[in-house]
Design a protein around this ligand. Structure first.
Ligand code: KG4
Ligand code: ZN
Length: 356
């Protein structure tokens, strides 16, 4: 079965063809970063307009790369939510029109489940159940993954998502957007033990996260120690990104210390989740899981605790349609199809895991 996946929940327009839920025939991603970077974050109205401009060329390239005609696919899987409503509607409208015109079944996919599914698209598959840490720009949560779409929430962020914290700190320091890769790059030159920063909600068995205090601590550190350094405090401040070659030495130190603070918390809480659920496997997913420092540190922590560790290739960590087509295959195979009035859902609450 060849499924066409469509993803447009945030600022990437993507179309992919995946066979039998795991063989990626094509995975085309059109990033909108250049249009959002001067705002230091995603502007929803711009995202919708760009999806509208690119969805057809992206699907065409995906079909061409795979050497497949639209009439030859077996079904369409499209991200239904969570995400930006206007952005989701572009992918949904295209997918429904194509399904109607070609008389193909269509299914709506939960973007968070799709991210976690990325670990089933290549190489050795993780065993079920497992602990899934989803860290992206819009979400940060720990899940007990019993099946592809049978997922229980263990804990989540109370405020900013981990990726959002990277983006906000990068914006504050004028390091560019998206902030994750900017901070990771600059942090390589820094000492991650040089600046003391807070780690929130570290009490026993707490699997929730909070990153907004960390972001504020970075701001206070700059104001106290480098009062002359020009920060980007205003949301509408579109000033130029700093030249990385002329950064003062303390910026890499701060970036590395911030990155370490985020990673320490992610690892600590993932290990709590492992202990509470008794799982022997951990998977990470979402844009922040592309971070090499996180991947190495999580791999080492899992190794120490005799846990199997899985992480998707970086291109499958950030938003992509291969993960949507992959999970869509399992839904369509089970006979789950959606009517053509399938609508966007901006929030998709996950059922909670109950423990004593
Ligand atoms: O999964 P994703 O593409 O979109 C959402 O569903 O949110 O994640 C995007 C987020 C952004 O906040 C970006 O800064 C972060 O992932 N990110 C990273 C890295 N690459 C992307 N964060 C840390 N390190 C990275 N290398
Ligand atoms: Zn995502």
């Amino acid at each position: 079965m060849i499924i066409l996946g469509i993803e447009s929940s945030c600022d990437d327009t993507s179309a992919a063809l995946v066979e039998n839920g795991h063989d990626i025939l094509s995975n085309v991603i059109s990033s909108q970063n250049e249009f959002h970077c001067k705002f230091g974050g995603v502007v929803p109205e711009i995202a919708s307009r760009k999806h509208l401009e690119t969805i057809i060329p992206v699907v065409d390239s995906s079909l061409e790369n795979a050497g497949i005609k639209l009439k030859d696919i077996d079904g369409i899987a499209v991200t239904q939510g969570p995400g930006l409503t206007g952005a989701l509607l572009i992918g949904l409208s295209f997918a429904k029109a194509a399904a109607y015109a070609q008389n193909k079944p269509i299914v709506g996919v939960n973007h968070l489940e799709a991210h976690l599914y990325a670990n089933f698209l290549e190489g050795k598959h993780p065993p079920l159940p497992h602990v899934g840490l989803l860290v992206s720009g819009g979400h940060t949560g720990l899940y007990f993954v019993k099946g592809y779409t049978d997922i229980l929430l263990l804990g989540q962020t109370m405020d900013d998502a981990a990726g959002e914290a990277f983006d906000k700190v990068a914006k504050l320091l004028r390091l560019g957007y998206p902030g994750g890769i900017a901070i990771e790059t600059i942090a390589k030159q820094g000492d991650e033990n040089s600046v003391e920063l807070p780690r929130a909600l570290m009490k026993k068995n707490n699997m929730n996260f909070s990153f907004s205090g960390l972001k504020t601590a970075v701001l206070r550190y700059c104001q106290k120690n480098h009062p002359d350094f020009e920060l980007s405090l205003n949301l509408d401040d579109n000033s130029m990104v700093r030249d990385y070659n002329t950064l003062p030495g303390w910026i890499p130190d701060l970036a590395a210390s911030f990155q370490k603070a985020v990673i320490d918390v992610l690892i600590k809480k993932t290990m709590i989740a492992k202990k509470i659920t008794g799982s022997n496997a951990v998977v990470i997913a979402g844009g922040v899981s592309a971070n090499q420092r996180l991947r190495h540190a999580m791999a080492a922590a899992c190794d120490e605790n005799n846990i199997e560790f899985f992480a998707p290739s970086p291109v499958l960590c950030t938003d992509n349609a291969a993960m949507v087509a992959g999970i869509g295959y399992h839904l369509l195979k089970k006979g789950e199809t959606a009517p053509l009035d399938l609508d966007a859902v901006s929030r998709f609450p996950s059922p909670a895991y109950y423990f004593d």
